[in-house]
Ligand binder design. Structure first.
Ligand code: CTP
Ligand code: MG
Length: 228
């Protein structure tokens, strides 16, 4: 099998703020985007990787990734969904695709391998962890409407993995319908296609707000102490 990877890194990082976009922030003396790409380095079936960045960062990102073979850098779109679609349509060789956030650099190799195994047998598989907090739904005024049973709730992560032709069709249908989802799996779900959950990791966080950098440093330190 041939597996492609699309790394979505074309956001503006508004919630992180600060002068440096989050994929270029250094953790343990290495930019976040390189931590993310190193997750996929040397994986047996991965033949092509497309990194999608903001137009103004394409050149800089190409320079940063000069030593990375099979990696292409292309400009993204206004919404994450647009960036991912552009990445998907840039793949040339792949049967399956892993769609991953550039800002999610702490995934372990073991979990990634379990996701790859799952997509090859089930066509659509995503990483998720059981939510630890009780979740409430509110109306527009902030009054609580109800409390969905926690056992049925999962916090989903990336990578999300699909047969390439399935997810391209799902994106095209969503574009036709003007549907904007917050993840790629939701575009498959709305077509009634089964999406399988693979156990993710609580440490597979997305760097979103400044406090996440503190958690990120701690995760790297913890890994180092455990020798992983
Ligand atoms: N992303 C993208 N194209 C966009 C918007 C987001 O490729 N038009 C990417 C981001 O670069 C990030 C991932 O999607 O790696 C998850 O999005 P998010 O955490 O929301 O990042 P940003 O959009 O950059 O942050 P913010 O929403 O705070 O501005
Ligand atoms: Mg965003």
């Amino acid at each position: 099998v041939n597996i492609g990877v699309v790394i979505a890194a074309a956001g503006q990082g508004k919630r992180m703020g600060g002068p440096v976009k989050k994929q270029f922030i250094e953790l343990a003396e290495k930019p976040v985007l390189l931590h993310t790409l190193d997750l996929f380095a040397g994986l047996e079936y991965v033949r092509e990787i497309v990194v999608v960045t903001a137009e103004e960062d394409v050149e800089r990102t190409r320079e940063l990734l000069i030593l990375y073979p099979h990696v292409r850098v292309i400009p993204g779109g206004a919404e994450r969904q647009d960036s991912v679609y552009l990445g998907l349509t840039a793949l040339r060789l792949s049967d399956y695709v892993l769609i991953h956030d550039g800002a999610r650099p702490f995934l372990s190799r073991l979990t990634l391998q379990r996701l790859i195994d799952a997509v090859c047998s089930k066509r659509a598989a995503i990483l998720a962890v059981p939510v630890k907090d009780t979740i409430k739904r509110t109306d527009e005024t902030g009054i609580v409407m109800d409390t969905p049973p926690r056992k049925s709730l999962w916090a989903v992560q990336t990578p999300q993995a699909f047969a390439l032709s399935d997810i391209i069709s799902a994106h095209e249908q969503a574009r036709k319908d003007g549907f904007l989802g917050t993840d790629d799996a939701s575009l498959m779900e709305r077509l009634g296609q089964a999406v399988h959950i693979v156990d993710g990791e609580y440490t597979n966080i997305k760097l979103t707000t400044p406090d996440d950098l503190v958690f990120g440093e701690a995760i790297l330190r913890w890994r180092k102490e455990k020798g992983q």
